[in-house]
Write a protein that binds this ligand. Structure first.
Ligand SMILES: *[C@@H]1O[C@H](CO)[C@@H](O)[C@H](O)[C@H]1NC(C)=O
Ligand SMILES: *[C@@H]1O[C@H](CO)[C@@H](O)[C@H](O)[C@H]1NC(C)=O
Length: 268
């Protein structure tokens, strides 16, 4: 008796051709592709350099789980997703707001419960707004319905410091982790690894990676966030089956700093 551990092994066993998987990304401006000559860049632009599979980075500036779905970006992502693909969902920056006063129709309720609030949108329509976790659960179900693999990833930190300490507790990352655990899907703790890395630089050096504000990185900062994503894929806490698709550059990304995921075992 043996166990079939991959989609392609299963496919060869039953004689079905499954295309090589790809990675699709649902996220916001911290991940999105900017043009080569922009002062800003998102980490999704670089992540393909560390993987042996193609990347479709559909992260879009300014979006939350709610607006990514409402504007049809999520349907477009699902359209482009095939069985066996990986779908990374890293959201939170724009979910974080008050749905009743948010003029951009993107804030969600905090947490992962079933509570709702009815709001009037900018266009004057009534909309029932759910919790961040509710939208994540919808996305997870949609990805699983096409036999693709959802990966919930914690949002990268903002560059917010207090007395020499970079903020490490990001509530929308914690809600995401809770949902991943409850739904039994892969959790990549991108937040913890990015916080550890930028904390190690200290406040003055960290600021050099955020030229315009304390949210958006320059290309060098985006590369750091791409490498901390790889760390979070390779090492517990969390860890992901995506680790099987790291290329030589991905394999070469070093171990996380001691601050990341204290108390967790290194899994590979
Ligand atoms: C984003 O940029 C990367 C890196 O150049 C590229 O591979 C990718 O095709 C771009 N666009 C999308 C939608 O992924
Ligand atoms: C998804 O694909 C269907 C069928 O090809 C198409 O009709 C629809 O417009 C697509 N939706 C999006 C949001 O791309």
């Amino acid at each position: 008796m043996y166990f079939v551990t991959s989609i392609s092994a299963l496919a060869s066993l039953i004689g079905v051709a499954v295309a090589d998987p790809k990675l699709l990304i649902c996220s916001d401006s911290t991940t999105a592709n900017y043009s080569e000559d922009d002062t800003l860049q998102g980490w999704g632009y670089y992540i393909g350099e560390y993987l042996s599979i193609p990347v479709t980075n559909l992260a879009r500036n300014g979006r939350s789980t709610r607006s990514f779905i409402n504007e049809g970006l999520w349907d477009a992502l699902l359209n482009a997703t095939a069985a066996g693909d990986f779908v990374v969902i890293e959201m939170g920056h724009n979910d974080d707001g008050d749905p009743e006063t948010d003029a951009k129709d993107r804030a969600t309720l905090p947490g992962a419960g079933e509570d709702t609030v009815v709001v009037t949108t900018a266009a004057g329509n009534e909309e029932t707004v759910h919790t961040f976790g509710w939208y994540l659960r919808e996305m997870i179900a949609d990805v699983q319905a096409i036999d693709a693999i959802p990966i919930i990833s914690g949002m990268v930190n903002r560059n917010d410091w207090d007395d020499g300490m970079l903020q490490s507790d990001w509530p929308f990352a914690s809600y995401a982790e809770q949902v991943a655990e409850e739904e039994g899907v892969e959790w990549v703790d991108h937040t913890a690894y990015s916080v550890a890395e930028f904390q190690s630089f200290g406040e003055t050096e960290a600021k050099t990676y955020y030229p315009e504000d304390n949210t958006h990185t320059n290309p060098a900062g985006a590369r750091i966030n791409a490498e901390t994503f790889v760390q979070a894929v390779k090492y517990a806490c969390g860890g992901s089956s995506l680790a099987a698709y790291l290329n030589n550059e991905g394999e070469a990304v070093s171990e996380p700093l001691a601050q990341a995921c204290q108390g967790y075992e290194i899994i590979i």
